[in-house]
Ligand binder design. Structure first.
Ligand code: C6P
Length: 419
C-alpha cells in the first residue's frame, strides 16, 4: 500500500502530492509583507506538520509529568511515551539497541558530548582528530576545545572549487596518529553530500573512530547507521520537521559503555554517596537532569510523518526541484553558485555581483520569500570561496517550482535596485 501523500504513476517512480502535503503545515499558509510566504530557509530550521504540533500539545494536555521518577499513572504514561520515542528513533536509524540512542538538545550538544566524554578520556599529545574544511562550526569548535584541553592536534582535509572533499588528501591525512574522523554528512553552506561510508571505511582502516554530523542529511535522505558503519551519528530534531531543543546522539554501545559521563545530575546515577557515585546504565548515563520529554515525543511524531511521506519519494522530488532551482538561478546575470558538487542535497548557496547577501535577504523578504544570508556558521567555507557571506535557498519537500519562480523574480528586482 502506498503512503497517503505518494502517487505512484505508471512508470513506477513515486511522486509526491505536494499540494496535499502542504496542507499538513499550518505555518505555510500565511502572507508575509502582503505576499504568500515562500519558506526557503529549511536548513536553518524546517517547518512542523500538524501531527508534530498535535503530539506535543496532546502530551502537555493529557500526560505531562516527569519521567523515570514517579510511580503514578501520569509519570508512567510520560515515561512510556518518552521511551517509545527512543524506540522510534532506534528503528528510524537502524541502531541495534535503544541503549545507543541518547537524547540531546541537538547536533551541537551531541558533538560536544563526544568531544568531552570520549575526547577527554582518549586523546592526548600526538593524537589527531581529522575534520574537513566544509564543517559547520559545531563540528569544528568542540574539537578545537578538546584539542586544547588534551594536547591533541586538529587536522583539516581540504576541499576543491566545487566544494567537495579532496579524497586523496583526506586519505593522506589519515595515519596512525588519527584517533577520530568527524565529518558532515551534508554541508549546510554548500549542499555537498559527502561520501561518508567511504570516509568511515578509511577511518576504520586506520583504527580511527568516525563521527558523522547528520544535521543536514536527516531531512533529505534515509540514514542507516549500521550500514554506514558510523561509530557516532549526530542529528537535530528541528531540521527534520520536529521540535527545537531535541536531537540524538547515536553511539555504538561498546563505545558509549566505555565512556565516562559528560554531565552529572539526576537520572544518570544508580546510587550517590559522598564516598562515590554509581552511574546509570546506557542510555541514561548520558541524560542528566529532566529531559525534553515533549521534544522527544514531537521528534518521534516527525519521524513517523517522514516515514509516511516516504524517504525515496522525498529524495526524488527534491533532486528535481534542486535542478530546477539551479537552472533558474543560472538565468540571473552576475549570480554565482557557491557549491556545485556532483552529489548535492537541496541547498543552493549563491552570491550576486554588486549586492551584499544581507541586502538580498532583505529584498526577497519584501516579496514574502525567506532565505538565509550570512556565513551559515561555516566561516572557513566562506574564506575558501573568498566571500564574506552567501545567500542560501534551502529546500524541503513542501516547496514548489512556483516558489522558486517567486525567489527568482525577487532576485531580478534586487539586481535592478542595485544594478
Ligand atoms: N545549521 C543552518 O542554518 P543545531 O544548532 O545543534 O541544531 O545544529 C548545528 C548544525 C550542525 N551541523 C550542521 C551541518 C548544521 O547545518 C547545523 C545547523 C543551521 O545551516 C544553523 S547555523
Amino acid at each position: 500500500m502506498s503512503a497517503p501523500h505518494v502517487q505512484t504513476p505508471a512508470n513506477g517512480t513515486p511522486a509526491l502530492d505536494v499540494a496535499r502535503l502542504r496542507e499538513d503545515f499550518p505555518v505555510l499558509h500565511q502572507q508575509v509583507n502582503g505576499k504568500p510566504l515562500v519558506y526557503l530557509d529549511n536548513a536553518a530550521t524546517a517547518q512542523k506538520p500538524a501531527a508534530v504540533i498535535e503530539a506535543i500539545s496532546r502530551y502537555y494536555r493529557e500526560d505531562n509529568s516527569n519521567v523515570h521518577r514517579g510511580v503514578h499513572t501520569l509519570s508512567e504514561r510520560a515515561t512510556a511515551a518518552y521511551e517509545g520515542a527512543r524506540e522510534t528513533l532506534r528503528e528510524f536509524l537502524n541502531a541495534a539497541s535503544t541503549k545507543e540512542i541518547i537524547f540531546t538538545r541537538g547536533t551541537t550538544e551531541a558533538i560536544n558530548l563526544v568531544a568531552q566524554a570520549w575526547g577527554r578520556a582518549n586523546l592526548g599529545p600526538g593524537d589527531e582528530v581529522l575534520i574537513t574544511h566544509m564543517e559547520h562550526h559545531s563540528n569544528i569548535v568542540p574539537w578545537q576545545l578538546v584539542c586544547e584541553q588534551t594536547g591533541a592536534t586538529l587536522r583539516v582535509a581540504p576541499i576543491n572549487a566545487r566544494g567537495e572533499v579532496e579524497m586523496d588528501e583526506f586519505e593522506r591525512l589519515l595515519g596512525e596518529r588519527t584517533k577520530l574522523v568527524a565529518v558532515g554528512h551534508v554541508s549546510n553552506a554548500l549542499g555537498t553530500i559527502n561520501p561518508v561510508a567511504r570516509m568511515i571505511e578509511l577511518a576504520h582502516a586506520h583504527d580511527a573512530l568516525a563521527l558523522v554530523d547528520g544535521a543536514q542529511a536527516m531531512p533529505h535522505m534515509a540514514v542507516d547507521v549500521r550500514a554506514l558503519g558510523a561509530d557516532f551519528y549526530a542529528l537535530s530534531g528541528h531540521k527534520m520537521f520536529g521540535p527545537t531543543g531535541i536531537g540524538v546522539l547515536y553511539g555504538c554501545e561498546a563505545l558509549l559503555a566505555a565512556m565516562p559521563p559528560w554531565q552529572g545530575g539526576g537520572d544518570m546515577i544508580k546510587a550517590v554517596s559522598f564516598d562515590g557515585t554509581v552511574y546509570s546504565d546506557l542510555p541514561y548515563k548520558f541524560e542528566a537532569g529532566t529531559p525534553h520529554i515533549a521534544g522527544a515525543i514531537g521528534l518521534a511524531a516527525a519521524v513517523d510523518y517522514l516515514a509516511g511521506v516516504g524517504r525515496e519519494a522525498i529524495a526524488a522530488y527534491e533532486a528535481d526541484l534542486l535542478a530546477y532551482t539551479e537552472a533558474r538561478l543560472g538565468e540571473i546575470e552576475g549570480l554565482r553558485l557557491i557549491g556545485t558538487a556532483e552529489n548535492k542535497a537541496a541547498v543552493a548557496s549563491f552570491v550576486l555581483d554588486g549586492v551584499h547577501a544581507h541586502d538580498l535577504g532583505t529584498i526577497v523578504d519584501h516579496h514574502g520569500v525567506a532565505i538565509r544570508a550570512g556565513h551559515h556558521c561555516a566561516m572557513p567555507v566562506m574564506e575558501f570561496f573568498g566571500v564574506a557571506a552567501t545567500a542560501r535557498a534551502s529546500l524541503a519537500f513542501y516547496n514548489t517550482r512556483e516558489e522558486i519562480d517567486a525567489l527568482v523574480a525577487a532576485l531580478h528586482e534586487a539586481r535592478e535596485i542595485f544594478g
